[in-house]
Design a binder for this molecule. Structure first.
Ligand SMILES: *Cc1c(COP(=O)(O)O)cnc(C)c1O
Length: 349
């Protein structure tokens, strides 16, 4: 592959990052220091001070759980901010391109448009796996990022490890593996290969398995060099104090998180079995995540029928390879039972 520096935009190479006074003195920090540098209100209320711009305690907890070095971690206001930082650091507007593999997560394409970057779409195969020759044929010298979502949204399956490894070896730019659903997956995270591939970037999030979509915390794992570049361009206080506190609490409750994941997977498997009895369900796709994609007779009709009964799911029928598909998130036991009752009712009317 190319060196990381060859991939970075010129304006980013020469950028001088914003520095707060507290950044400069953090190495000599003494507990009873008086902070009169940032024009904060001095009266304590828990959030009167600016948050730690490097989120050291949260990163330490993550580093420990994921068995990586904290220097390989960058945190964002959701994965969406992490993905946007990658575009802004590596993709030159009106010149560079990215490769995406539809049907997949919609944000890659939205961020490409927002950053004036061409999105070269290479469809997955009909069994939702990356088509290596077609991907490599779409690549040129300006292809900076390849987005690989595994387990994939909305299909729910994981990509073959062999295919991903081939892409890591053959693609000259950054390979971003979006592991938003990795904690539900039978496959291992690619974190174990972080030191092996300098072009590997992994994103994860607290929004799904960790049950914290409301606090907005996305995680980027990459080489120290890539993390340093992203750190230079991120807004200094991008993770607020309340988010850092909540994230830390949740990360420390490893048993609680594991129990919820187990419960969701067990519910998912029961849901997949129950769906077989619904007459208009034509196909139930294998899921490695906390949702199930199904093919039905008429997705829009079934979607509207569910809405009328107060159940909101996702109609994916307009996505490539997803004609007449619906995506169902696994809910609580009670919610899933209600869903199945309504589906059963609809199928008999
Ligand atoms: C839900 C989801 C995310 C999470 O995004 P956040 O901004 O962290 O909430 C990322 N990628 C995929 C594929 C998702 O489905």
């Amino acid at each position: 592959m190319k060196s990381i520096l060859d991939l970075v935009r010129e304006n980013i190479k020469s950028l001088k990052p914003y520095s707060s006074a507290r950044d400069e003195y953090k190495d000599v920090a003494i507990n009873d220091m008086i902070f009169l540098d940032a024009n904060e209100n001095p009266f304590e209320n828990g959030v009167n001070r600016y948050p730690d711009p490097q989120q050291i305690t949260v990163k330490k907890a993550l580093a420990n759980i994921k068995n990586v070095n904290e220097k390989n971690i960058l945190l964002g206001n959701g994965s969406d901010e992490v993905l946007d930082l990658l575009f802004r650091a590596f993709c030159e507007p009106n010149k560079d391109n990215i490769i995406t593999l539809p049907p997949t997560y919609g944000m890659y394409s939205v961020l490409a448009s927002l950053n004036a970057i061409e999105d070269r779409k290479v469809l997955l195969s009909t069994d939702f796996q990356p088509q290596i020759p077609q991907i490599l044929a779409a690549v040129d010298d300006n292809s900076k990022i390849l987005f690989v979502c595994s387990p994939n949204n909305p299909s729910g399956n994981s990509f073959s490890e062999e295919a991903i490894e081939t892409l890591l070896k053959k693609f000259q730019g950054l390979v971003v593996i979006d592991e938003a659903y990795i904690d539900f997956s039978k496959q291992e995270s690619w974190l174990k290969k972080l030191n092996e591939y300098p072009n590997l970037v992994i994103t994860q999030t607290l929004s799904k398995a960790y049950g914290m979509a409301g606090i907005r915390l996305g995680i980027c794992y990459a080489s120290e060099e890539i993390i340093r570049i992203l750190n230079n361009i991120k807004p200094p206080y991008n993770i607020n104090e309340l988010t850092q506190q909540k994230a830390l609490e949740r990360l420390q409750d490893r048993v609680g998180v594991a129990q919820e994941i187990e419960a969701i997977l067990s519910e998912r498997n029961q849901l997949a079995i129950a769906l077989k009895d619904i007459s208009f369900v034509e196909k139930i796709y294998e899921s490695d995540a906390n949702f199930i994609l199904i093919k039905v007779d008429d997705a829009t009709k079934r979607y509207n029928e569910l809405i009328a009964k107060g159940i909101v799911i996702r109609n994916r029928t307009t996505q490539p390879l997803c004609e007449n598909t619906l995506r169902l998130t696994v809910g609580t036991k009670e919610e899933n039972e209600k869903l199945m009752k309504v589906l059963s009712l609809i199928s008999k009317s």
